[in-house]
Ligand binder design. Structure first.
Ligand code: LLP
Length: 408
């Protein structure tokens, strides 16, 4: 679908997040169909893009939800995801979160330590209802991605090692208030090589087999998320090959195969639209200053992430043929406030439009009010509709919870 960015910018202003719902549906279906013939549940990792409409969109397609805080669980429920399709992960769940998740009767709590398991047991006992749990395995496999988004090595805080997991499953099986139904791993994000996922799946499936031998029957096999997208020249993991690798690893076991994808479902379906404010030259260095900034899209400065830039200019105005390198930066008072470096751009003018591509995952959700900048509006486009799914944040929105102590 071609998106009329100029009209959208006139109607809603910039910076503006734009999501293509048709593309999101296409991404979801590619994975759902890849698992056809198996019992499967494709969950949407809410953290990638938590807008209620986005979650609801995946819910209507049949997706479950992978959540990492009780806030995300509430979002999933509010957006209409069926409770038996919601899973709650995270290394630091608090008692009130555990209690609410148990009361909401979600599919399972994914445990990340023995101490947490004891806590969940305690809360479940107090409520008088057993907790369905899974355990996140740390298989010590190197996913070969950016260290900040690598999670499956023992040096990372996530999950538990195999021997500990076994002890935990045996404990849970014998507990009146724990019901071990699932197993889980997630080794990292923006993965472009299937081999580490296949290796982890094999390790975890072997654990399922040895648990079965001692009477612990696992029903849900959750292979996490992490499937990467093409920001630049990356090779992609094919959904079919992905599903096959998981099916192959778990062959002969009676399991519902699950995965919890964030970026692969929303990443390439989102755009951050921004307007040029000024150009400037500091010595040899050319900067194009735009109205989006690191508070809108943190990925470039946090991970050195690359997002392609498409220059759109203005309707009815020619742009110069000559293109020269420039850094695209925002108005924030930090040298780290950049969105793209060394981009070949024509001479720009005030209000020329640029599109920052592949901004549908970890874009808006990681945005902030730094420098008292209101968060961008979010708009959805699809073949037959266009609507605002989050209004632009005003100054009043930002100070709503604050109180000036002295009367002025
Ligand atoms: N499941 C678990 C347990 C996770 O921790 C994550 C992501 C996912 C699923 C979804 O991963 P995905 O399919 O989106 O790769 N802010 C970083 C990404 C952090 C990912 C954290 N966990 C970024 O902008 O690249």
């Amino acid at each position: 679908m071609s998106i009329d960015f100029h009209t959208l910018s006139q109607k809603y202003g910039t910076p503006l997040y734009i999501y293509d719902f048709d593309k999101m549906a296409e991404n979801y279906r590619a994975f759902k169909e890849a698992f056809s013939g198996q019992k499967s549940l494709i969950s949407y990792a809410v953290k990638a893009n938590s807008n209620l409409s986005v979650i609801q969109h995946f819910g209507t397609l049949g997706a479950g939800a992978d959540c990492v805080s009780i806030g995300e669980v509430r979002r999933a429920l509010t957006a209409g995801i069926e409770r038996y399709k919601i899973i709650f992960s995270g290394v630091g769940k608090q008692d009130h979160e555990i209690e609410e998740a148990l009361n909401e009767e979600i599919l399972m709590l994914n445990l990340e330590s023995e101490a947490e398991m004891k806590r969940v047991e305690l809360v479940a006992r107090a409520l008088g209802k057993p907790a369905r749990i899974s355990i996140r395995i740390n298989p010590n496999v190197d996913p070969k991605t950016h260290p900040y988004i690598s999670t499956g090595l023992h040096e990372n805080k996530f999950g538990v090692e195999i021997s500990m997991a076994k002890r935990m499953y045996i404990y849970a099986k014998n507990s009146e208030f724990l019901e071990p139904v699932g197993i889980h791993f997630h080794i990292g994000s923006q993965l472009t090589d299937l081999a580490p996922i296949a290796e982890a799946a094999q390790i975890v499936a072997d654990l399922v087999r040895s648990l079965k031998a001692i009477g612990v029957e696992i029903k849900f096999f959750d292979a996490g998320g992490g499937v990467g997208i093409r920001y630049a020249e990356e090779t992609l993991i094919d959904p079919l090959a992905y599903a096959e690798a998981i099916a192959e690893a778990t062959k002969g076991l009676d399991l519902t195969l699950m995965c919890e994808l964030g970026r692969a479902l929303t990443g390439d379906a989102g755009y951050l639209l921004s307007s040029v404010l000024y150009e400037k030259q500091n010595g040899d260095k050319r900067f194009v200053i735009v109205d989006a900034a690191m508070n809108d899209l943190l990925r470039p400065t946090l991970y050195g992430a690359h997002h392609r830039i498409t220059f759109l200019g203005q309707v009815g105005q020619e742009t110069s043929q000559e293109r020269n390198k420039a850094d695209i930066v925002g108005p924030i008072c930090e040298s780290g406030d950049w969105l793209a470096k060394e981009v070949a751009l024509p001479q720009t003018r005030h209000n020329d439009l640029i599109v920052i591509e592949d901004a549908g995952a970890y874009g808006f959700t990681m945005s902030s009010n730094y420098n008292t900048r209101g968060r961008a509006a979010e708009v959805v486009v699809s073949q037959n509709s266009e609507r605002v799914i989050r209004q632009r944040e005003s100054f009043e929105d930002q100070i709503r919870l604050e109180k000036a102590y002295l009367h002025v």
